[in-house]
Design a binder for this molecule. Structure first.
Ligand code: SF4
Length: 348
């Protein structure tokens, strides 16, 4: 590992930068993409996610604004009718009290993404815009920069779960190039459906070591609850349950909506760029946060107000124009915000 390199967080940002620049590996980009990190379901969170988007759908999605539609809004907006209709006649049975649906309707009206009116004491709704089908494919990448034998053993069951569930269209492992061939034995336990991506930390480029197979998110998935370890004395049966395709579709849209709002640069919101030690190191492919006090890149978990080395920016940095208007912390936030906007397709 190069000097200053620290942990999976740094690697994760580099994979995001590479994906934004070079996805899909080895071929021209046919569709706009959106890159996000640390998103998923209640049970599973992926390190890096690439969304291949339908260009028209993405443009139409932009009409709903920069903020995500949360799960309650997604129970309303995509079902809103073209003509005025009593809301209970228009929307599917929610599976939870209707009063929460009414709250979502009012929130949607406040955001100006749904028409509402009251007729004879009943709330009627009408779509303002049609909610588009804007996600073509979802690619989930699990980052494991240091893929030694024990990391591979620990990762294999997780990949098997991802493949069995099939929420994403493709599942990958991203690992750092070592200059040596990946030992085939390391990959023995990986499902053949999972791709392997090898990232050169010096150049920021990545190569495919193993191509993934496409999964089928339209089919029901299998949630593996328990798996026997397969030892000589383990005769227990695997336990699993099915996840229907509607549930999978709903989760895909929820994840994509959160990605649309956050992108992958939102890490700065949970870090402390207002700390005097916070800095951005520039790699071949873009900025990576670094800590001058620790003399290395820091993780978002350690870069918080509770950090023992945290020191607020001197007020004079913010009050004056030195070195940049608002102080370095604000300037760093502006750089990242600008990049975030520039890379949110459909708003360009
Ligand atoms: S000293 Fe702590 S809070 Fe400040 S930049 Fe470093 S890790 Fe973040």
């Amino acid at each position: 590992m190069p000097p200053g390199y620290h942990a999976e967080f740094d690697f994760e940002l580099r994979v995001c930068q590479w994906a934004e620049r070079a996805w899909p590996p080895g071929s021209d980009r046919q569709r706009p993409i959106l890159v996000a990190r640390q998103l998923g379901t209640k049970h599973r969170r992926w390190d890096t996610i690439v969304f291949e988007c339908d260009p028209d759908g993405l443009r139409q999605r932009a009409r709903f604004g920069e903020d995500a539609l949360d799960s309650d809004l997604l129970d309303v907006i995509p079902h809103a009718p073209a003509e005025w209709t009593y809301y209970r006649d228009a929307l599917p049975e929610p599976g939870y009290p209707w009063r929460y649906v009414r709250e979502a309707i009012h929130r949607a009206a406040d955001r100006d993404i749904l028409d509402t009116r009251k007729r004879d004491g009943r709330i009627e709704i009408r779509q303002k815009y049609r909610y588009p089908d804007w996600i073509d494919r979802i690619v989930a990448i699990e980052n494991k920069p240091d893929l030694d034998a024990s990391a591979a053993r620990a990762l294999a069951p997780q990949l098997q779960r991802d493949v069995a569930m099939g929420i994403a269209d493709e599942v990958w492992v991203g690992t750092a190039a070592t200059g040596e061939r990946i030992e085939p034995a390391l990959l023995e336990d990986f499902p053949v459906e999972a791709g392997i991506l090898v990232v050169d930390l010096a150049s920021g480029d990545a190569e495919v070591a193993w191509h993934p197979r496409s999964l089928n998110p339209d089919r029901p998935g299998t949630r593996i609850l328990e798996r026997p370890d397969g030892g000589d004395h383990d005769a227990s049966a695997a336990r699993f349950e099915y996840a229907d395709s509607d549930w999978k579709h709903q989760k895909r849209v929820e994840i994509a909506e959160r990605a649309y709002e956050r992108g992958w640069r939102a890490y700065v919101e949970t870090m402390r760029p207002d700390c005097r030690h916070f800095d951005l190191g520039w790699t071949q492919t873009g900025p990576v946060p670094t800590c001058q006090a620790k003399d290395r890149s820091q993780t978002s978990a350690e870069c918080r107000g509770a950090c023992s080395a945290f020191e607020p920016e001197p007020p004079v940095w913010r009050a004056s124009d030195w070195p940049l208007s608002g102080g370095p912390g604000k300037a760093i936030q502006r750089v990242l915000d600008r990049q975030r906007r520039r890379h949110r397709p459909g708003l360009e």
